[in-house]
Design a protein around this ligand. Structure first.
Ligand code: HEM
Length: 494
């Protein structure tokens, strides 16, 4: 290399370093932010965090910095709220100021700020209100969400019978069944469990989910401009997200061609009718982009989360056969064997409800929560947090908060049972988060978990080929605590 070329390279390197340093200093100039470990230019606190186990890393830092602290993920500061009191003070007591969603570069490449999940302000309010109302059965044809779930659990039961009492990994079947429910609500159709297109779609969702929640996903969020163009998993993520959007656009087109405004079949039909009603409004948020991305948000939100909870729940019941047996006794006395369980039964089944609450608390499947942002500069707990700053209201620190749960790290049904056996509420039970961004699928997910678990236990006995005392119910390591360990179970007809 000649000296001219080397000089140019050196100069470019110097300018880049200077730029990074200036950006870092610009971000660091915010004074009055909560304390935290000292960041390095460009990489922030990445060396002090285990990106595969972020929830654990944040818990460790909270021992030094308390319940409100700052970490730098790359050169972006993020406020970490640890423990129920801090999370409540933000999401509930200062609900409006903490209601925004932060930038999510891993998904924004394709979704921009359309849809429910990534939008803010008026767009978010309108789309969220419409989605929640529609999912609560307003005008979605004759069949309720509950009926759609009951139908799918029956199909699942048939598939389980085909296993003939042999051990199997439940991940696949649970994902198909749960995803079929959201398909039925959004697309108006369920798919056969062998349908190649459906299986391809779910495989794609699984891979997208794995990258977004992984180490690479965290890095992509921290360094979007650097990593987005590097070949490999980021480019594949982009391709998969684009394909998923293409699939939804095709479905929307089919719906448009067959729409009967007097008889909406599903979410897409309801949205198309709303679009028609808003045609004259130049500021309407009801257009194609928001439809496609909202559908993807619901499909994503409605698939992995509930099936992961069910998979975790069944593993916990394998470890505690006496608890599974007590649920079966309650099912036998309230529902019997001649009809399928319904949501109404929940009120009469406090033990089952307490176990489900404890499964959700213990499984803790969205440990970090989804990141928020502050919508305005706010004074919070004596600190000044500038508008737009990312905030993690860490859910695992709430669901395992020793101030609110007697045995936070143990599976203990008594967390939700009174002395007289009725369901005991606990304000720190917020697996769906809290405040304005609380999961809009909560009602549906709670129905699903109840109807799936009770129908399975009504029809089948659970068994493991392992000694229950040796079953490890801690999450799969290096997954940021989001999934159960792999296992097989045996289901025999009762
Ligand atoms: C056990 C099941 C589920 C759990 C634990 C769960 C949990 C969560 C959590 C923690 C959030 C973030 C809330 C926040 O930002 O503060 C969220 C958001 C969301 N969830 Fe769920 N969820 C579940 C099921 C569902 C289902 C069934 C759907 C769809 C029908 C769904 C759709 C969504 C959507 C669209 C958002 C974004 C909301 C927004 O940004 O306003 N979720 N969920």
């Amino acid at each position: 290399m000649d000296f001219g070329g080397a000089g140019t390279l050196l100069l470019a390197f110097g300018v880049t370093c200077l730029f990074c340093l200036l950006t870092w200093m610009k971000n660091r100039k915010w004074t009055g932010m909560p304390p935290g470990p000292t960041p390095l230019p460009l990489i922030g606190n990445l060396l002090q965090l285990n990106i595969w186990e972020l929830p654990e890393s944040f818990s460790k830092l909270s021992q030094t910095y308390g319940s409100t602290f700052t970490v730098y993920l790359g050169n972006r500061p993020a406020i970490i709220l640890h423990g129920y009191d801090a999370v409540k003070e933000a999401l509930i007591d200062n609900a409006d100021a903490f209601a925004d969603r932060t930038k999510f570069p891993a998904l924004e490449s394709v979704f921009k700020d359309y849809g429910i999940l990534l939008s803010n302000g008026e767009r978010w309010k309108q789309l969220r209100r419409f989605s929640m109302k529609t999912m609560r059965n307003f005008g979605m044809g004759k069949r309720s969400v509950e009926e759609r779930i009951q139908e799918e659990v029956r199909y699942l039961g048939e598939e389980i019978k085909k296993k003939k009492g042999l051990p199997f990994d439940p991940t696949y079947l649970l994902t198909l069944a749960v995803s079929n429910i959201i398909c039925s609500i959004v697309f108006g159709e369920r798919f056969e469990y062998e349908d190649k297109k459906f299986l391809g779609l779910l495989q794609m969702v699984k891979e997208i989910f794995a990258v977004v929640t992984s180490f690479q996903g965290q890095l992509l969020n921290a360094f979007p401009n650097l990593l987005r163009f590097i070949p490999g998993s980021y480019q594949k993520l982009y391709r998969d997200l684009t394909k998923l959007k293409g699939f939804v656009m095709e479905k929307v087109k089919e719906h448009q061609e067959t729409l009967d405004e007097n008889c909406p079949r599903d979410f897409i039909d309801c949205y198309l009718i709303k679009m028609e009603q808003e045609k004259g409004n130049p500021d309407t948020e009801f257009h194609h982009e928001n439809l496609c991305v909202s559908v993807i948000n619901l499909f994503f939100g409605g698939t992995e989360t509930t099936s992961t909870t069910l998979k975790y729940g069944l593993r916990i019941l394998l470890k505690y056969p006496d608890i599974a047996e007590k649920i079966q006794q309650e099912i036998d006395s309230v529902v019997g064997q001649n009809r399928c369980p319904s949501v109404e039964d929940r009120r009469e089944m406090p033990y089952t409800e307490a176990v489900i609450h404890e499964i959700q608390r213990f499984a803790d499947i969205v440990p970090l929560n989804l990141p928020h942002a502050v919508s305005e500069t706010i004074t919070f707990r004596g600190y000044t947090i500038p508008q737009g700053t990312t905030v993690f209201p860490v859910l695992t620190s709430v669901l395992k908060d020793p101030k609110y749960f007697k045995n936070p790290m143990e599976f203990d049904v008594d967390h939700f049972l009174d002395n007289d056996g009725s369901l005991k509420k606990n304000e720190a039970f917020i697996p769906f988060s809290a405040g304005k961004r609380i999961c809009p699928g909560e009602g549906m997910a709670r129905m699903e978990i109840f109807l799936f678990l009770t129908t399975i236990l009504q029809k089948f006995n659970l068994k493991s080929d392992m000694d229950p005392s040796t079953i490890d119910i801690t999450p799969q390591p290096l997954t940021n605590g989001t999934i159960s360990r792999p296992y097989e179970l045996v289901l025999t007809s009762r």
